[in-house]
Design a protein around this ligand. Sequence first.
Ligand SMILES: [Zn+2]
Length: 141
Amino acid sequence: MKKNLPDLEIPEDLLSRLIEHARQEYPLESCGILAGKNGKITKLYSMENTHKSSFCYLMAPEEQLRVFQEIEEDGLELSAIYHSHPHSPAIPSQRDVDSAFYPDSIILIISLMEDKVPQIGAFQIEEGKFEKKTVKVNKDK
Ligand SMILES: [Zn+2]
């Protein structure tokens, strides 16, 4: 990896919203954007999966651009792009590896494969390889 991205820190309420979003979209993939600073997430944008698919996701380009602009105006960084895996584990698929267009942001995956215990995986993906990052959940804000 050219540069080592910071591990993620996410407040518990945002993590709950992530999981809730994934469950709402099930059996389709949910997707969205997480913003913060230096890996500390402070904002969640749930986005529409324009592919409406169980196997892939695509955010509407104009909506995505708007969110990127807002993040910049707020002085935050694009910490992670998230999506759910309704039927597979929380590890990047070949498609995820091939379509990681933002090497400076982490790819966060929520797996609903085991319905009762959603799994979270965070990865830095670069040039066809991925590396697991840790996700720390903050109980107090
Ligand atoms: Zn995926």
